[in-house]
Design a protein around this ligand. Structure first.
Ligand SMILES: NC(=O)c1ccc[n+]([C@@H]2O[C@H](COP(=O)([O-])OP(=O)(O)OC[C@H]3O[C@@H](n4cnc5c(N)ncnc54)[C@H](O)[C@@H]3O)[C@@H](O)[C@H]2O)c1
Length: 319
């Protein structure tokens, strides 16, 4: 089952040094460092770069993130999320890395009975993606709890909700509903709402997520723990579509909105109970959605300019 650690080598991995005060330097490997969340994590850690000899921590953020793709290509999803995590664990054991932080997901809960949902809620994923994120989370914690390890290996997982912010994909129809809507508006395309639009999501700003990860990195109270990272508020998808249009000074009358049947594996309502993160990490999301949305749109307008420049005379309406 274990494969060579070479298999996880990729341009997407970033080994960075970071100084966490009092002259303590850490050498940290960020997997998925070229992705949306991973790039913000690497930026933060690089603010005070200083390289030590050994790897002190791995932040395992790389993964297949599309719920839709998990249904269309479950083998790819399984390999990227489960086998990829096993490969990362193998590296940690081989190199005796003392610390691993893992990017889990709120999709592990499936149709959770409790809203807001605390971490002790039973996990019954409703999508193949949720299954692989949960399986990987269990591999991480079961490995950290192994009695046969001859070194201290501490793991923490973060069940992240809908993370949004600058650098999220604007052109991937399968990933990140806010980025999809913003990309649609920038390109003059209709917005598509699946199902009745009353399904709701908990949006958490990427900087807040980075705060939680960095705050947990050297906090022994977080060892062995799983934390929800959400804002603790729900936004219906229809409301999100209208709010995003309004931020571009548009509405349903001036911009087409299509409706299509609900897709498989979608949770109905999603809302994080973040009591555990508040109690143990002293963390709570601090960015109001309106402020985070404004920052994301500001960034996206710049990205939109680049897309428009690249499109040249194709000349699709951008604003
Ligand atoms: N964005 C969210 O709302 C959200 C919510 C919960 C959990 N997560 C998890 O957070 C992580 C990062 O998500 P993101 O939104 O930044 O997505 P992203 O697609 O921007 O980043 C994922 C990165 O992982 C890389 N990757 C994928 N498979 C790989 C492999 N086999 N080997 C090496 N690299 C690989 C991709 O190239 C990409 O750069 C994922 O594990 C995802 O499951 C994201």
């Amino acid at each position: 089952m274990w494969t060579s650690s070479k298999e996880i080598d990729s341009p997407d991995e970033a080994a960075v040094g970071a100084n966490f005060g009092a002259g303590d330097k850490m050498r940290i490997l960020v997997t998925g460092g070229a992705g949306f969340i991973g790039s913000h994590m690497a930026d933060r850690l690089l603010k005070e770069p200083a390289f030590a000899d050994e790897l002190d921590a791995v932040l395992h953020i790389a993964g297949q993130v599309s719920l839709i793709r998990s249904f269309s290509d479950p083998t790819f999803d399984l390999r990227a999320n489960v086998e990829g995590t096993i490969n990362v664990l193998r590296l940690c054991l081989e190199r005796r890395v003392p610390r691993l932080l893992y990017a889990s997901s709120m999709t592990v809960y499936g149709h959770a009975a409790a809203l807001p949902t605390p971490e002790e809620t039973p996990c019954r994923p409703a999508s193949y993606y949720g299954i692989t994120k949960y399986a990987a989370e269990r591999y991480v914690h079961t490995t950290a709890e192994r009695l046969d390890l001859d070194f201290d290996f501490h793991a923490t997982s973060f069940r992240m909700y809908n993370v949004y912010g600058p650098r999220q994909a604007l052109d991937n129809p399968y990933q990140g509903v806010l980025g999809i809507f913003i990309g649609n508006i920038l390109r003059g395309e209709p917005l598509t709402i699946f199902g009745d639009g009353e399904q709701s999501r908990d949006f958490v700003y990427v900087d807040d997520v980075v705060d939680a990860w960095v705050g947990a990195l050297r906090n022994p109270a977080s060892y062995g723990q799983v934390f929800n990272l959400g804002s603790g508020a729900r936004i219906p998808i229809k409301g999100l579509a209208m709010g995003t249009l309004a931020a571009f000074e548009r509405n349903q009358a001036s911009h087409p909105v299509l409706h299509q049947p609900a897709r498989p594996g979608e949770q109905r309502h999603v809302e994080a109970d973040t009591t555990r993160a508040r109690t143990i990490l002293g963390w709570s999301a601090r960015t109001p959605f309106t402020a985070g949305l404004a920052d994301t749109i500001l960034w996206a307008r710049g990205a939109g300019e680049n897309v428009r420049d690249a499109a040249g005379s194709a000349g699709r309406a951008v604003r």
